[in-house]
Ligand binder design. Structure first.
Ligand SMILES: NC(=O)C1=CN([C@@H]2O[C@H](COP(=O)(O)OP(=O)(O)OC[C@H]3O[C@@H](n4cnc5c(N)ncnc54)[C@H](OP(=O)(O)O)[C@@H]3O)[C@@H](O)[C@H]2O)C=CC1
Ligand SMILES: CC(C)(CO)C(=O)C(=O)O
Length: 314
């Protein structure tokens, strides 16, 4: 299958590398980060971490016109960049192209449906990867846990199953998700546990779990998000959110959530789609979310002053 990864940062690079390794796929990494793309074009994409240490044969470009029409475009930008990335990606997207978008948090769907027809739109989650780009041309991932792919309308469910099979054949633990709300909220509960607390303190996921004061705040974020999901009528496969997020974190203790990586790099993170979104949903439904509201406020204050967590012992 001809596939473009639109936004080949930390996660997009992992997706592209592994899909390209499968052999049958013609995979392009497309990103506006020239240094990263130039490094891949010159030396290949170096992958280290949970899938081993290896060199991926993915092709890479900053120009969607060089790629041309694709059968599948995987959007792996941050949520706030989806719209502009899709606008620039027009040469890769025709009437038959499937668009699979994989972001953490709430908000991607509302942006995507403005430009992608629902019968070609798939949403996904990737859980337990903890990916970073240590240097241009090199992606590292702490884990290799789960990928779920779902349709937003029943007509697109067969496409979700075909695409999930393609990912599984490439080596991902991937499956089609019959209920995308459940898929999105289950992952959101994990993200809001760690994103803001790590982003504020600079601690890794494992360090938050080991530090009682940090863990109290993190698990309170999880419990509040679980209560909001319940109030929204989201079907979840677990009853104990704290045990659920503890198991999630235990698989990637060394990982730094992307919100922390963004803070360390002085970039705006996804707080509005994570803890901020839980607080907004809670306010609409009358479910108290004081911890999520406070940590979201602190992250926004840090972003406003470009405050970065101090370095700490690992
Ligand atoms: N990192 C992780 O471990 C995980 C992240 N996620 C989620 O996956 C999504 C992606 O995260 P992550 O990979 O960490 O993010 P990154 O910031 O590492 O990667 C996103 C890439 O998209 C690029 N981009 C933005 N806009 C465009 C555009 N218009 N055209 C081309 N490229 C563009 C960015 O460039 P630039 O830097 O210039 O903005 C960046 O290189 C997020 O929603 C995140 O929450 C999910 C699971 C795990
Ligand atoms: C690392 C983390 C928790 C946030 O970016 C993540 O979403 C994942 O790897 O599943």
């Amino acid at each position: 299958m001809k596939i473009a990864i639109l936004g080949a940062g930390a996660m997009g690079s992992v997706y592209g590398a592994i899909l390209a390794r499968a052999g049958d796929n013609d995979v392009w990494l497309v990103d506006r980060w020239k240094e990263h793309i130039d490094a891949i074009r010159a030396n290949g994409l170096k992958v280290t971490g949970a899938s081993g240490d290896w060199l991926s044969p993915s092709k890479a470009t900053t120009d969607p016109a060089e790629v041309g029409m694709c059968e599948l475009v995987i959007v792996a930008t941050k949520t706030r960049d989806i719209e502009s990335a899709l606008t620039g990606a027009r040469p890769m997207i025709g009437p038959e192209t499937l668009v699979l978008s994989i972001q953490n948090g709430l908000g991607a769907y509302d942006i995507l449906v403005k430009t992608v027809s629902k019968d070609r739109l798939l949403l996904g989650i990737a859980g337990g990867f903890g990916a970073t780009i240590p240097t241009p041309g090199h992606v590292h991932h702490n884990g290799f846990e789960i990928v779920k792919i779902g349709a937003t309308v029943p007509d697109a469910q067969p496409a979700a199953e075909t695409v999930a099979k393609l990912w599984a054949e490439a080596g991902f633990r991937a499956e089609a998700a019959p209920d995308i709300q459940s898929m999105i909220w289950s992952k959101l509960i994990c993200n809001v546990t760690y994103s803001a607390v790590c982003g504020i303190t600079g601690l890794t996921i494992g360090q938050v779990m080991e530090t009682p004061e940090a863990w109290r705040v993190a698990s309170s974020c999880a419990s509040e998000a679980f209560a909001v999901a319940r109030a929204r009528g989201i079907a979840l496969s677990f009853d104990d959110p704290v045990a659920y997020v503890h198991k999630f974190g235990s698989a990637i203790p060394g990982a730094k959530p992307s919100l922390l990586l963004d803070r360390l790099a002085g970039r705006q993170g996804e707080i509005d789609f994570l803890n901020g979104a839980v607080a907004d949903e809670g306010a609409k439904l009358g479910v108290p979310t004081p911890t999520n509201a406070i940590v979201a406020g602190l992250v926004r204050a840090m972003e406003a002053h470009d405050m970065r967590p101090a370095s700490h012992k690992n």
